[in-house]
Ligand binder design. Structure first.
Ligand code: ARG
Length: 281
């Protein structure tokens, strides 16, 4: 049996809890006394992403930004103890937003390239990629060089644009540049271009989800291996350190593999994705 004293203690505690809860609902906490320095509000890092690049970043029916990159950065942020907020940002000019201070980082399936490294810093790589060609399933294209005499769609300023520019000449009028990769793929569907070159994950996802488009994909070893990184303003070593620490932590504890499996169905095989399982080989 519970003693009267214990009961009263308990009841008092319960009443206090109820009062506290009620109080918390009705009124905001009183402003701290002028003498006590107010704690600095936790910084929310603004993350720019071109959310038209499923499965890496896209908008769902509710307009929320979702995808592999989003989950990865959220998991990194949780490990690093930082807060992040994603802002849809057009690909063209996306890197300028770092310079201007409008965005603290860019996660947008961004390939780490030597050229980009001159004007921004990158986290350790978090994903392996390569270019892939999409054509109509009736197309005779079997390799990248076959695109030379065709009309090719790319997203402006991407590594796909670079590869095609190298093949056909930067000023070739047969290169059709689009502000997003889905727009290029729609043009392929309607026959405005003969092929689209873009990141393999995005092409594969689009082809699989648009059976009506009657596409097929063509890979070519000519395409150099690419790796995605999170871009920050050049010199932002503090944030970069946090991101790399968080990335290492999610790779080490299996979180990365879980996210990978959620989007790609199987655990990653390649070097940039995860440490090799200890027992294998
Ligand atoms: N990986 C390619 C690049 O860095 C394409 C990235 C495009 N990303 C996007 N969200 N649109 O150039």
């Amino acid at each position: 049996m519970i003693s009267t004293r214990r009961f009263l203690q308990f009841a008092g505690l319960a009443a206090a809890t109820v009062m506290l809860a009620a109080c918390g609902k009705k009124e905001p906490a009183p402003a701290p006394a002028a003498t006590a320095p107010a704690p600095a509000p936790a910084k929310v890092y603004v993350v720019g992403t071109d959310a038209a690049y499923a499965p890496f970043e896209s908008q769902n029916e509710k307009g929320e930004i979702v995808g592999f990159d989003i989950d990865v950065v959220q998991a990194i942020a949780a490990k690093a103890g930082i807060q992040v907020k994603f802002v849809n940002t057009p690909w063209e000019g996306i890197f300028n937003t770092l310079q201007q201070g409008d965005r603290d980082m860019i996660v947008s399936a961004v390939t780490i390239t030597d050229e980009r490294k001159q004007t921004m810093d990158f986290s350790d790589p978090y994903f392996d990629a390569a270019q892939l060609i999409a054509v109509k399933d009736t197309s005779k294209v079997t390799k990248f060089a076959d695109l030379k005499k065709l009309k090719v769609g790319v997203q402006t300023g991407t590594t796909g644009d670079e590869a095609v520019s190298k093949l056909m000449g930067k000023t070739s009028t047969s290169i059709k540049r689009f502000e997003s990769t889905p727009l290029a793929l729609k043009e392929l569907e309607s026959g405005g271009v003969d092929a689209v070159v873009a990141d393999n994950g995005v092409i594969a996802h689009y082809v699989a989800n648009n059976p009506g488009g009657k596409f097929k994909t063509v890979s070519d070893k000519e395409f150099v291996p690419e790796q995605y990184g999170i871009a920050v303003k050049k010199g932002n070593a503090e944030l970069l350190g946090k991101l790399n620490q968080g990335l290492a932590a999610i790779k080490a504890d299996g979180t990365y593999n879980q996210i990978y499996a959620k989007y790609f169905g199987a655990p990653p095989a390649a070097a940039a994705s995860a440490p090799a399982p200890a027992a294998s080989k």
